[in-house]
Design a protein around this ligand. Structure first.
Ligand code: SF4
Length: 270
């Protein structure tokens, strides 16, 4: 059974009657003035309204300009010194934290940081370095196979195209996007759990799947911010706009974010 919160239900009724609600700039902004109770229901996705809230176009540039001012040269938190190390770290980072991956690669890379050196370790040797990372057995298998292909078809180099990257075992769209962006400076959007949440919560690029969010970001983020934007969004999601409770009281982009109601500082930290 489809259920809408009363606010969305009333908006839809008004739309059917073609009567625009006073004060609404577009149907996508229907959550702006929700009461606290209904806003929470909507933002927890208990309401099945399909009108996702969307940040005003004019707010997008100041949103990123604010993040850029605070951190002009954002970087991935994965540690690497070459394209191959980056590819390896990203491949290992699926469903794992950057901190956990760095801990493992700090021991692995001094011993083996080329496709041939990883092949020379053998599968068991490789597993012994990465066994602290989740899903390490399948990741080791994929990495060995990827190294074999890099040696045989790419002269041990990391390829520059999405098609060639996604043809490597263990490399999906997100991994390819990270490598294309970080190693080769392409304006790709690697939508991870943080970017997915922040894009929807703020209204920057609403979408029901990572691919939908990626397409929205590619369309909506101004060119001058495109290359670095995915780093800013990851860092915002990781440290401020956290899943359980966004830290709106100390967030720099509060004026541009559509999330309502903004969360307040815990009493002890006021
Ligand atoms: S204001 Fe709150 S919801 Fe919006 S981006 Fe900042 S922390 Fe997230």
């Amino acid at each position: 059974m489809r259920m809408w919160c009363p606010r969305c239900a009333s908006l839809r009724q008004r739309e059917t009657l073609s009567t625009p609600e006073p004060g609404l700039q577009s149907p996508g902004r229907c959550h702006r003035s929700l009461t606290q109770q209904f806003a929470s229901a909507c933002l927890r996705r208990e309401c099945s309204c399909t009108l996702l809230l969307t940040m005003k176009k004019t707010d997008i540039a100041p949103f990123f300009a604010t993040l850029r001012e605070a951190n002009p040269h954002p970087k991935t938190e994965l540690e690497y010194t070459s394209d191959f190390e980056l590819l390896t770290a990203v491949l290992l980072s699926a469903q794992a934290t950057d901190v956990g991956v760095n801990k493992a690669t700090r021991k692995l890379f001094p011993v083996a940081n080329t496709p041939q050196a990883i092949l020379d370790l053998g599968i068991e040797g490789l597993e012994s370095y990465i066994k602290t990372i989740g899903l390490y057995r399948s990741k080791a298998k994929h990495l060995m196979e990827t190294c074999r292909i890099l040696v045989q078809r790419h002269d041990s180099k990391v390829p520059h195209t999405r098609q060639e990257l996604e043809a490597l075992p263990g490399v999906g769209r997100k991994t390819a996007n990270v490598v294309l962006n970080v190693a080769f400076g392409q304006p790709t959007m690697a939508v991870d759990t943080h970017i997915f949440r922040v894009s929807n919560r703020t209204g920057l690029a609403p979408g029901k799947t990572p691919l939908e969010v990626e397409k929205q970001l590619l369309k909506r983020v101004p060119a001058e911010f495109a290359v670095d934007s995915h780093h800013w969004l990851i860092l915002l999601g990781r440290y401020v706009c956290q899943a359980r409770k966004p830290r709106c009281w100390e967030c720099l982009v509060t004026p541009y974010c559509d999330f309502q109601p903004k969360s307040e500082a815990p009493k002890s930290s006021k």
